[in-house]
Design a protein around this ligand. Sequence first.
Ligand SMILES: C[S@@+](CC[C@H](N)C(=O)[O-])C[C@H]1O[C@@H](n2cnc3c(N)ncnc32)[C@H](O)[C@@H]1O
Length: 207
Amino acid sequence: MRKVMEYRSHETRYRLEKVGRIASMLHMDVLLLIYHFAKFGAGNVLEIGPYIGGSTIAAAFGARESGSLKKIISIEIGGRLKHFRIPSRNIIKDLKKNLARFGVLEDVTLINGPSFDEKTSSAVRQTLGSGEVGLFIFDADDNVRRDLDCYGDLLAHGCWLVIDDYFGPEPKAAPLRAQVDELVSAGRLIPFGYYGWGTWIGQWQRK
Ligand SMILES: C[S@@+](CC[C@H](N)C(=O)[O-])C[C@H]1O[C@@H](n2cnc3c(N)ncnc32)[C@H](O)[C@@H]1O
């Protein structure tokens, strides 16, 4: 929290504010933490549910400023969404447009498909190996457990996890919270804190 407060009056916040306004549903504190983990955490980034790119751009800025080469893999099913502030009639098209606008299109490997699809998971595995992910961002549907069952072996011990909609009015919050709490009880996730409007942040424990 101290770091988040420092960032709030740092130039990073002004950069990410523009990103948030144009391309993210996430709270500024969460974008700052994604940036921070991508910059200072070890390993690559795996994201599920970028929508039109806000979280992805925050991660790409952090990864670029980390001083080491990091892969960013982002999985988006695509389609359209009537969001009150940032609607999209073509999510993949707008996602690519925003990544290009903020100069990070080349830094991100986009996979267009559902996270649970066999084709998607084999595309991810062509790029990432076991224990290579240091930041896992999940901001998709109501089933983070399904994707952790599928991609958990790629996550390093201590990998940071950003899971949105742990709290909030969205119908997906209750099932997500139950899954996260169960994984915490089972010792697979270690909670770090709750940020923004309902984002859970914690770390992965390998078996
Ligand atoms: C809440 S939005 C993500 C918001 C984004 N992270 C941001 O910074 O504003 C959720 C996105 O996840 C996508 N999505 C939902 N379920 C998915 C799945 N199983 N695989 C891939 N993408 C999915 C949706 O199409 C949507 O674009």
